[in-house]
Design a binder for this molecule. Structure first.
Ligand SMILES: [Zn+2]
Ligand SMILES: [Zn+2]
Length: 285
């Protein structure tokens, strides 16, 4: 079954976000675990949460993904930033697990000058204090474009993080199409090779979800600018090849494109129509 949905705001409640998703023809969605540019989150409203959980059943939603805020940096050499960030992930992993959210995705972090290996050790320490091992939620490390001193733009960084984490069975990878492409992995012309490399370095079993987006900048640019599907350097053909690839097609797709609700609905309709068109080919496998 195709599981796909956009990134939505939960500012008006979780039930409202679920309703918005259903109205767009989505059967999943992603949202921020708290204010993405601040540090606060609102207390749960029991009525809203009860309604949200009922709607997930009723609409037969696939897995949902919570995204950590942008203000945190687990690899920061500034102690205050590190303490704040490790507190945030510990708290949000608990909060999202209690909400029965399937995935919690985070940007590994930027080492801000202290070097890759020290950054990686810090991120692993933060994960180890945050993950107890009895959670149901899976914590995902996002593939990054590699701007500034970002960690996670090479598959080997993610592998190291998994290896250094005590409860690595609770970890996985979210592949962001714009980011991997910007990082220099040519998913447009050599998708099989990129997936083989990911398999060899991390293991494809760790790949749990996909961020669907096109890239404003070319292969290897190291930049992070998302565009609507088919309007960037990756292109719709490569995105379709990705979505229908035997190693990818069962995974949840979260669309992270700069569009409003109407735009997201049209984009989902467009993608579904293309997938429908490709069906006879997929049946030959
Ligand atoms: Zn992200
Ligand atoms: Zn991005």
């Amino acid at each position: 079954m195709l599981v796909i949905g956009p990134h939505l705001s939960t500012a008006k409640g979780y039930a409202r976000a679920a309703k918005d998703a259903a109205e767009m023809g989505a059967n999943a969605f992603q949202f921020f675990s708290r204010n993405p540019r601040g540090s606060n989150f609102r207390a749960y409203n029991k009525k809203d949460i009860d309604q949200f959980q009922r709607m997930r059943q009723e609409y037969r939603f696939g897995p949902l993904q919570a995204h950590a805020p942008y203000t945190m940096n687990l690899a920061s050499s500034n102690h205050k930033v590190y303490e704040f960030s490790s507190g945030v992930i510990k708290e949000d992993i608990k909060r999202m697990d209690a909400l029965k959210i399937e995935y919690f995705v985070l940007h590994p972090g930027s080492h801000t000058g202290s070097g890759e290996s020290s950054g990686i050790r810090q991120i692993a320490a933060a994960l180890n204090q945050a993950i107890e091992g009895n959670e149901r939620i899976t914590v995902l490390l996002e593939t990054m474009p590699g701007k500034g001193s970002e960690i996670g733009f090479r598959f080997r960084h993610l592998k190291e993080l998994i290896d250094l984490t005590e409860h690595s069975e609770r970890l996985g990878i979210c592949m962001d199409l714009c980011h991997v492409f910007s990082a220099g992995y040519d998913i447009k012309n050599s998708l099989d090779q990129v997936l083989e490399e990911m398999d060899a370095q991390i293991g494809l079993a760790y790949l749990k979800t996909i961020h669907l987006n096109d890239s404003k900048y070319p292969l290897g640019s190291g930049k992070d600018r998302h565009l609507p599907l088919g309007q960037g350097e990756i292109g719709i053909e490569a995105i379709m090849n990705m979505m229908t690839h035997p190693n990818i097609k069962g995974l949840p797709f979260y669309v992270e494109t700069p569009l409003d609700h109407e735009g997201h609905k049209k984009e989902l309709d467009y993608i579904k129509a293309l997938l429908e068109f490709e069906k006879p080919v997929a049946a030959d496998e």
